[in-house]
Ligand binder design. Structure first.
Ligand SMILES: [Zn+2]
Length: 286
């Protein structure tokens, strides 16, 4: 198929009442596993790269491979910048061929969040790249994969602010804070579904949930039913990958066969992604 604009993909998801997985990757093995999962399930998919991982991932070096893999994939693929830090990072991602960008300025006062997001939209429009805005604060640390209690308090997205923000910025999709947490929690987070419904009614753009790991099948179903079109997913993939390597080393503690270890990891990540793609309803939608 091809590398596609994320906006088209999410508009279809909104119409079709399903959510597209935005899987954060940290290397080529993850990317190949995620794409293999999407192809096996005939699902559109978002290859997502989080700025917090850029001290580990050399994105300038990796991006050309991601673009190539996406172009050769048999399903629609969007390449997205997750939690970009500023306009310069968004510009670099666009230069590298990304088709969706987020610059996360949700921690700033609303007027500043609007001002920066508008600049990102202005830049991205010129290259037919879609923009994700964010309102509120999803607690926990992006890219964090440790088990822990909720350490800091979330700030929930206000429906009336969502309406103002969407209108003022021209964003294509909106990340909202309704009770999920970055990383893995002990126990299920409490999601404010009535707030989510109000947000959906207040804004016309597809909604995005961050911190999509560790939720029950029922909660995922409710999120999709409530209009969630993009689910960001990383912590569980990271744990799955680590578990796989641990298990193979447990079976063969003196193994020095790194392709066997990483091959097993790739297989495990693929299975985890396929499982979520089915639950989120995007299977068969490519
Ligand atoms: Zn996030």
């Amino acid at each position: 198929m091809a590398l596609v604009n994320m906006n088209d993909m999410l508009s279809q998801a909104r119409q079709g009442h399903y959510a597209v997985g935005a899987f954060d990757l940290i290397n080529l093995e993850f990317a190949e596993a995620i794409l293999a999962a999407a192809e096996a399930q005939r699902a559109p998919v978002i290859l997502s790269t989080a700025a917090v991982h850029f001290d580990y991932v050399n994105m300038k070096a990796l991006a050309p491979s991601l673009v190539r893999l996406a172009e050769e994939a048999s399903v629609p693929v969007a390449l997205h910048l997750d939690h970009g830090t500023d306009l310069a990072m968004a510009a670099q991602a666009i230069r590298l061929g990304f088709t969706g960008v987020q610059v996360d300025t949700a921690h700033l006062p609303l007027a500043d969040n609007i001002a920066v997001t508008r600049e990102v939209v202005k830049l991205a429009r010129a290259f037919d790249v879609s923009v994700e805005g964010e309102l509120g604060y999803v607690a926990g640390h992006e890219g964090d994969h440790g088990h822990r209690e909720i350490g800091d308090e979330p700030i929930y997205t206000e429906p009336d602010v969502a309406a103002v923000f969407t209108e003022a910025t021209g964003i294509d999709c909106l990340a909202v804070s309704v009770g999920t947490v970055h990383g893995l929690l002990k126990g299920e987070p409490r999601i404010d579904f009535s707030r989510l419904k109000e947000i959906r009614e207040a804004t016309p753009v597809p909604l995005v949930i961050h911190g999509g790991s560790g939720l029950s099948q029922e909660t995922y179903g409710q999120l999709v039913e409530s209009g969630m079109c993009k689910i960001n997913f990383y912590a569980e993939l990271s744990r799955t990958a680590a578990d796989s390597i641990r298990e193979r080393l447990r079976q063969k503690p003196d193994s020095d066969n790194i392709t066997h270890l990483l091959g097993g990891m790739r297989q495990a990540v693929r299975q985890a992604a396929e499982n979520k793609i089915r639950i989120w309803g995007s299977a068969g939608k490519a």
